[in-house]
Structures are given as C-alpha cells and as structure tokens.
Write a protein that binds this ligand. Structure first.
Ligand SMILES: *Cc1c(COP(=O)(O)O)cnc(C)c1O
Length: 391
C-alpha cells in the first residue's frame, strides 16, 4: 500500500511564485496572498487507488498521501474528519425537496470543522519546529487550536472578540491556551495578534495566512465524493467566513479529477452569509475580483462575522468557476432555519449551519435549485457553545 505524502511544493494562489515545501511560510513574500500546497498527482495517480482507502481509519488521515505531513511521528489526531453525510428524511418532506444531504461537522473534536484545519496546521508547525502558535478567532478556531496545541505540547495564543460566548473561553482555558479578549471584531483581534507575533516570536495560524489549514478542510471535498461513491452532488451550500472550506473543497475536486477518481463534473458552490456581514455576496454580484471590507459587521452566526478575507479572490473564483452563486440572508431567517433544522433532524446546529438551510429555501423558491437536484448543506459546527443565541 502506498504511504508517503505526494506533497511537492507551495505555490502562491495569486501570482504563482513557488516556495520550498519544507520551510515555514505565511503569505506570499511577493504579493501577500495565500500559498497553496501542490502535490505530484501524476505519480499519485499511478499508485494510489480508491480501494486503498477501504480499510483505513475514519479520520481525515485516511487521505494521508494527499496531505502535507512528511513524518507520521508528527501526526496529531483527535478523531477529526470523516463525519457523517446524513440523509434527513423529515427535513426533505418538510421543504419538499430531495435528495438533501447534511454534512455534520458538529461531530468533530471541539465541535466544529475548524478541527480539520488546525489539525493539519499544528501537525505541520510541530514538524517544522514551531514552539508557539497564535490565531484570531470568532470562537471555534480558538478551541480547535487550543486542542491540537495541547495534544502537541505547544503554546497557543487565541485572540477573540470580548463578546464571544463564555463556553468558548472556558474551553480554551481548560485546554491550556492563553486567551486574549479584544474589544472589537475578528479583524481587530487579528491586528493585535499580529503586533504580538514578532514581539514574542509566535507563528501565525490565521486562516489562509499559513498553507495547511486549507489542506485539512479540503478533506471535506474528498469525503463528500467518497461518501457518494465517487460522485459529486449538484449543489453545495457553504456558510462562508474566511472561505477556507469552500476554497479547499474546490481544490480537492481538482485534485480528485487529476487522480482519475472523479470526472470533470462539479457541484455548483453557494456561499451564504448574513445580510449583516456579506462582503463576498456583494463582491460576487458586483462582478469584483476582490471584496471590499464590510463596515459594522454584525450577525448571530459568529463564524460568518468576517468583514474581510485574505482569500477573497479564491472564494469568488471558486463560485464563478463552479457556476455557483452567493446569497445573503437576514439573521431572523438564519435563526428560524436553525430551529427547523434542529427539530427535523435531531442535530443541534450552529447558526452557520442553519444559514445553509435558509439559503437553500431562497434558492429553491427562486428556481435556482431545481427539482431532484442533489444538495449538500453544511452544518459546520455544533450549536452547543452559542449560548448567547439560544438565551
Ligand atoms: C469558521 C466557521 C465558518 C466559516 O468557515 P470558513 O471556512 O472560514 O469560511 C462557518 N461555520 C462555523 C461554525 C465556523 O466556525
């Protein structure tokens, strides 16, 4: 059975500049945009077959040849990934559409799909000799970083808006992280985190500002394909903040095609944001390559309260190349859809998960989603820590 990683080099997603894959990098030194991991997929195609996966562990590490880790000794695992793709029969009848699938990311360690990204980022940081890690976060990324740093024995510094629900703060503290609370939004957290980086010699694992969180999140694309028997759905609806998962899945589908595991067909990708913070939706419909920052961002879906994303052009590219779209929904509809999702499925969704159902209802109503088209909704996290939303 093949085993080694086919990770070959890093490449800027914007200007194409190449980087040594075995050195520590943040953004592209030439243009300041995100670096992406590239693999020798031609070699992989010759040796790696879908049947090799059959008996592997039910975590994202089942795709180890397509992940950037060099040495198994540095592999950190808390059971992340390979989450269920649920067929919600009662929801399908309620909204009069089938098939619908829900990718339930709430089952990941620390209760959200942030575990996927931080699992890879911290494993690689460990491999490359980092001692101290730092990230701004709306809550879920902070918990995930804290967990993997604890597992690795590395120092974690998390910067969250001071109004983040208490359960996020509690979890980070139990997991041994240094919690920094900031009056402001995640972008303000980012500014303060950045100014501390050099002062204290920490490595920045902000989303898309290092190359490996996206590698963890791309596995959602592999999993959907594998769980559907190497077929893809017609539509994927994704609650977009920094866009790592959306861009990651788009990357994953390209890789799977190069491996010969899927054909050229692609799902139409949909970004959903709250109408209180919808920079990607606005930029998409205005035909822009980059998104202007959203002033006064506010939404109950904390993971979507991201007024500016460093990977904006990658999100917009994926939406356009997939012939997808972008939808903004009011918080009131997000909340209603979250309750509808809960009472028809038995999941306790994060409001970001509810947002995907709210967007679905709009797109179904407008005819953009047609009868019998298969749709994947992403429940990106568990609702359990969003105490403010349910009070
Ligand atoms: C971070 C987060 C998002 C946004 O994810 P991106 O990949 O950064 O766009 C959505 N939902 C939840 C629950 C999150 O924690």
């Amino acid at each position: 059975m093949p085993d080694k990683s086919y990770f070959a080099y890093l490449e800027c997603g914007f200007c194409g500049e190449k980087y040594d894959p075995d050195k520590l990098w943040n953004l592209c030194l030439k243009c300041g945009k995100p670096l992406l991991a590239r693999y020798d997929l031609e070699a992989a195609r010759k040796t790696l077959k879908t049947r090799d996966l059959a008996n592997r562990e039910p975590t994202l590490w089942r795709y180890r040849e397509l992940l950037p880790l060099r040495d198994e000794a540095n592999r950190l695992s808390l059971g992340e990934g390979f989450t269920p793709l649920i067929r919600p029969g009662r929801l399908e009848r309620e909204v009069e559409h089938s098939p619908i699938f829900i990718k339930d990311e709430g089952l990941n360690p620390t209760g959200s799909f942030k575990a996927r990204g931080l699992c890879l980022a911290v494993s690689r940081a460990l491999e490359l000799g980092v001692k101290s890690l730092s990230t701004p976060s709306a809550g879920n990324a902070a918990c995930a970083l804290s967990a993997y740093a604890a597992l690795a024995g590395l120092e974690a510094h998390v910067y969250m808006p001071a109004d983040v629900p208490k359960p996020f703060i509690n979890e980070c503290r139990v997991l041994g992280a240094q919690v920094h609370l900031v009056d402001g939004l995640i972008t303000d957290c980012g500014k303060i985190a950045r100014s501390d980086l050099e002062k204290y010699g920490r490595f920045d694992v902000s989303t898309l500002k290092e190359p490996y969180r996206i590698e963890g999140k791309k596995t959602m694309g592999y999993e959907i394909a594998e769980q559907l028997g190497w077929n893809l759905p017609d539509v994927i609806i994704y609650p977009t903040g920094g866009g790592t998962g959306l861009v990651g899945m788009w990357k994953a589908f390209g890789e799977l095609e190069k491996l010969g595991w899927i054909g050229p067909g692609r799902p139409r990708l949909v970004t959903v944001q709250s109408d209180g913070c919808a920079p990607m939706v606005r930029a998409f419909h205005q035909g822009q390559e980059f998104a202007d920052p959203w002033p006064g961002a506010r939404t109950i879906a904390d993971g979507l309260r991201v007024p500016a994303a460093v990977g904006d052009f990658l999100i917009l590219r994926a939406l356009r190349e997939s012939r997808g779209t972008a939808v903004a929904v009011p918080d009131k509809e997000i909340l209603e859809a979250t309750y509808l999702l809960g009472k028809t499925t038995g999941l306790w969704p994060a409001p970001e998960g509810g947002a995907t159902l709210a967007a679905f209802l709009h797109l179904k109503q407008s005819g953009w989603i047609r009868e019998n088209e298969s749709v994947v909704l992403f429940n990106t996290g568990s609702g359990a820590k969003y105490s403010r939303v349910w009070d």
